[in-house]
Design a protein around this ligand. Structure first.
Ligand code: AMP
Length: 395
């Protein structure tokens, strides 16, 4: 039987990530990125059979549409089209409407539009990708996979803010949480590694990448998470502040900052970048720290301390804990960051196994704590695979 592939599309406001995933092996047969949409140097690059290529997007019109039609030509040229059975789309916000992945219909599109208010930067961009793909692949079933869906099992005490309840009733203001696909995937992989059924396994999943969040998973379900109404809440991130006293916003507005300046700062000029004054990239922070850069050292300290505080506070959600899972670009690779976080948890019994921590990098998974004590582990995430699997199971 021929291999079945799923085309996975992650359409952002000025970019479009794509991958063709083999649903049996889980491997990305083709992966690529269209970027700088709306700008002169808009381009598309991809990797196929180990070779990388890049071309300019010359179309002057809608770059999302142009990128998708280039993608159609590319998969045709590479002879992959015949094997593509479905298209899976990442959608950032599903509000309270979407608790799992769904087949895309006219109604689904209306429902995604209806929650657009909650993610004004992301959902419209996701919909651009969906519309362009529906036009380009009219005969293929298409599926939407939501970042928020996994967290819809959170109890009211975890998702309710300490504000007037009518704000929830009127505007749906509550904690939603994001990175759901990643927390879902790594918790399933961790349960397999420990040989436990997922519905009897509990984890604290720590996704540390450019965006970062912690999720508590009890008996396989999300019961709390650090991102909130928007992906700005919780941990400090590459350029996002994470949790902050809302009084700071009032203070800056009174100082004459505009609303846009305040939120631009909190979303794009804070986190590693803002604290270090140097870079949003964790590798850059670690390198500068080695050279004694004070801002980078402070950024490292703030970041790791806050992650550890979130992990330890989440102990209240659980009766037992099978493991802390590190994932995301930083969580999968950064030895000093994992080491520092585990150091904060010594009162809880966590003891880093230095050799194991060194080994679990660059795509390798593994337990990184000493035998006999509580477990912390590294599991590389694979959001594309979850999207591909959902896209296949729904057709
Ligand atoms: P992601 O958003 O999951 O792609 O993660 C991006 C982040 O992972 C960036 O801050 C990178 O600097 C960080 N990262 C990737 N590789 C490493 C590494 N070897 N050591 C430390 N951080 C890394």
């Amino acid at each position: 039987m021929a291999n079945k592939f799923v085309l996975v599309i992650n359409s952002g406001s000025s970019s479009l990530k794509f991958a063709v995933i083999d649903t049996i092996s889980g491997e990305a047969v083709l992966s690529g990125l269209g970027e700088c949409f709306g700008l002169e140097d808009s381009r598309m690059s991809w990797k196929y059979q180990g070779e990388k290529k890049e071309v300019a997007i010359t179309d002057e019109g809608n770059h999302h549409q142009a990128a998708i039609s280039m993608l159609v030509d590319l998969v045709n040229e590479l002879g992959l089209t015949e094997n593509i059975v479905s298209v899976g789309h990442r959608v950032v916000h599903g509000g309270e409407t979407f608790t799992k992945s769904v087949l895309i219909t006219e109604q689904t599109i209306k429902d995604i539009e209806a929650v657009q208010d909650l993610a004004p930067l992301h959902n419209p961009a996701n919909l651009l990708g969906i519309r362009a793909a529906l036009e380009a692949f009219p005969s293929l079933p298409q599926v939407a996979v939501f970042d928020t869906a996994f967290h819809q099992t959170m109890p009211a005490k975890a998702f309710t803010g300490g504000i007037a309840h009518e704000l929830y009733e009127k505007y749906a203001i509550r904690r939603y949480g994001f990175h759901g696909t990643s927390h879902f995937y790594v918790s399933r992989e961790a349960a397999k590694m420990l040989d436990k059924p997922i519905d009897k396994a509990s984890f604290i999943s720590v996704h540390l990448g450019n965006g970062a969040s912690v999720c508590v998973i009890k008996d396989g379900q999300s019961v709390d998470t650090s991102m909130g109404f928007t992906p700005l809440a919780g941990l400090m991130m590459g350029t996002r502040s994470g949790d902050l006293d809302p009084g700071v916003i009032e203070f800056l507005l009174k100082k004459g900052w505009t609303q846009d300046e305040v939120f631009d700062t909190l979303n794009k000029k804070s986190g590693f970048l803002g604290v270090s004054g140097l870079t949003s990239d964790a590798r850059g922070i670690l390198d500068a720290m080695e050279e004694g850069h004070e801002g980078a050292t402070l950024a490292f300290e703030v970041f790791t301390y806050r992650v550890a505080k979130f992990i330890s506070s989440y102990m209240v959600c659980l009766d037992s804990l099978d493991g802390i899972i590190f994932t995301g670009g930083i969580g999968e690779n950064s030895l000093p960051i994992r080491s520092k976080i585990l150091g904060y948890l010594k009162l809880l019994g966590y003891k880093e196994d230095k050799a194991a921590n060194e080994a679990a990098r660059f795509g390798a998974s593994g337990i990184i704590t000493e035998d006999g004590g509580p477990i912390a582990m590294v599991i590389p995430t694979n959001e594309e695979l979850v999207i591909a699997q959902d896209a296949v199971s729904l057709i």
